[in-house]
Design a binder for this molecule. Structure first.
Ligand code: NAI
Ligand code: MG
Length: 495
């Protein structure tokens, strides 16, 4: 079905036919053991449009048991055969991209063209790890001529995946694909705000030939379904993306079973613009860094760190552009979509109200709004808070919305110090024409990834993850595979 047909169906009926309702366990959709459901909302209209399974510990037990049963055969499946299934899944994601993108946009509130980009990114992720599956190799050790020594990379076993609501499909893909490539089985728990595309992905994987039980999805709240998953003794690794407090709780739960974790937590990432930068590139870069996905990105560039000489000009240009951005229901392809939930909109608005009360200059936006066509939905205007003090909460805390906080600096040294001046260390952007300066600053910035002259440059090939409170471990690239394998060393005396 074409995108336009699906969008038309939604606006005519207030829902879509054929959306998944149950958990996906052991190769089939099943109802929650307790029979309970909960509703998912369309943030662009603030209306519930579909009910899905509200899972609990017994559903998690069923899913983990299915994954455990499937683990041995999947782990021993020839790596190239695992890769072939992942490649087939990538083809199906591309073939079914229209439906996936419409559902992703509807469930999360994001603009449809961004959801389309996420879907093609998810397909690309499966292609990448399809190709990686048969390149996971061990090593040999120089023990002398009387011995042989070598290692093999084994799958860790059943893995748990806790998925957030900002990039529901692409975050699911980026941890599920390497886990499957490495020979692990999967139990994923999508966010309760956006449960649908992870379920659709599990169904696609099944149709691509993945054996029953290898990839399971249990839906429900963090407390009722996520908690039992991350504390399950048969889960050998957990990949978590979300907030710092929940990440800490997940790590504590996993610790009880000595289960490894990768934590992708928040950020307060700086975009540094030096006076010698290409200002046109900087304007585009800063706008994308903070207003893409309405700022609901862990790696959003939420702080502009700008050299004084270009501060006034840059903020004026950004404010003009930010004010002109068109907001609206995601399926109408706006430049900025809705925020994911009313609670989240309240949180974002609360940060901006606090800044206003403290006398911070609001150079653009600063208030809630609605979809101009329907007058409903959870929207916040693209906002710029200018010349903010370093200790202000809007500098130190993750807002996770379309709110840029500006810090003015006098030098390269101060720019680096200010960039490093939060508890987070996820990514950073640098705009300068001076090659040596760009690399000096990149060396001195405490972050998992530094973008030079193009914010968000990169792709699935590039390892991604944070330092400090932004977490640890890396996803994407070959680095991600390390979470899903464990090394077994073998040594033998041969003469
Ligand atoms: P959260 O961290 O509580 O939720 C993320 C995921 O964790 C969801 O799937 C949720 O159901 C699950 N979860 C919650 N409690 C759990 C538990 N005890 N055990 C296992 N799983 C659990 O984040 P929330 O409340 O949705 O958003 C709060 C803030 O977190 C946002 O305002 C934003 O600042 C940040 N956040 C950061 C994300 C990132 O990409 N790093 C993604 C989502 C939120
Ligand atoms: Mg939703």
């Amino acid at each position: 079905m074409s995108t336009n047909t699906l969008v038309g169906e939604y606006f005519a009926n207030g829902t879509l036919a054929g959306l998944p309702k149950g958990h996906f366990i052991d190769g089939a959709f099943v109802a929650a053991s307790g029979g309970r459901t909960m509703e998912t909302f369309d943030p662009g209209s603030a209306r519930a449009y579909h009910a899905f399974a509200a899972g609990d510990g017994s559903d998690v037990d069923r899913a983990v048991a299915a994954a455990r049963r499937a683990q041995r055969a999947w782990g021993r499946t020839k790596a190239s055969a695992r890769g072939a299934i992942l490649l087939r899944a990538a083809e199906l994601i591309r073939a079914e991209a229209a439906r996936l993108a419409v559902v992703e946009s509807l469930d999360s509130g994001k603009a449809l063209q961004e959801a389309e980009g996420d879907v093609s990114g998810a397909a690309r992720c499966f292609e990448y790890y399809a190709g990686a599956a048969d390149k996971i190799q061990g090593d040999t050790f120089p023990l002398g001529t009387d011995y042989i020594g070598y290692s093999i990379e084994e799958p860790v076993g059943v893995t748990g995946h806790i998925i957030p609501w900002n990039y529901p499909l692409s975050t699911a893909a980026r941890s599920i694909a390497p886990a499957l490539a490495a020979g692990c089985t999967v139990v994923a728990k999508p966010a309760e705000q956006t449960p649908l595309t992870a379920l659709m992905l599990a169904d696609i994987l099944s149709r691509a030939g993945l054996p029953a039980g290898v990839c399971n999805v249990v839906t429900g709240t963090g407390a009722e379904a996520g908690g039992p998953l991350v504390s399950h003794p048969d889960v050998r690794h957990v990949t978590f993306t979300g907030s710092v407090p929940t990440g800490i709780r997940v790590m504590q739960s996993a610790a009880a079973n000595v289960t490894s974790v990768v934590l992708e937590l928040g950020g307060k990432s700086p975009v540094i613009v030096m006076a010698d930068a290409d200002m046109d590139a900087a304007v585009e870069g800063v706008l994308g860094a903070i207003y893409e996905n309405a700022g609901q990105i862990c790696s959003a560039g939420s702080r502009l760190v700008v050299e004084r000489g270009v501060h006034a000009e840059l903020v004026e240009r950004l404010a003009r552009r930010a004010t002109g951005l068109k907001l609206g229901h995601g399926l109408r392809r706006p430049q900025v979509g809705a925020l994911s939930s009313l609670a989240h909109l309240d949180k974002v608005a609360g940060y901006v109200e606090g800044a206003r009360d403290r006398g911070v200059t609001i150079a653009a936006g600063g208030e809630r709004t609605t979809d101009p066509e329907s007058g409903s939905g959870w929207f916040f205007k693209p906002t710029i808070l200018d010349a903010v003090q370093s200790d202000d909460p809007v500098i130190q805390e993750e807002i996770f919305g379309p709110v840029l906080s500006v810090q003015v600096v006098e030098s390269e040294e101060e720019a680096v110090a200010v960039a490093n001046g939060t508890d987070f260390g996820l990514v950073a952007g640098i705009y300068t024409r001076d090659f040596g300066r760009a690399h000096r600053m990149a060396r001195d910035i405490d972050a998992g990834q530094v973008y030079i002259n193009e914010y968000f440059a990169g792709g699935i090939e590039v390892p991604f993850g944070g330092n400090k409170l932004s977490g640890f471990g890396r996803e994407k690239g070959f680095a991600a595979l390390r979470s899903y394998t464990r090394t077994k060393s073998l040594t033998a005396k041969i003469s």
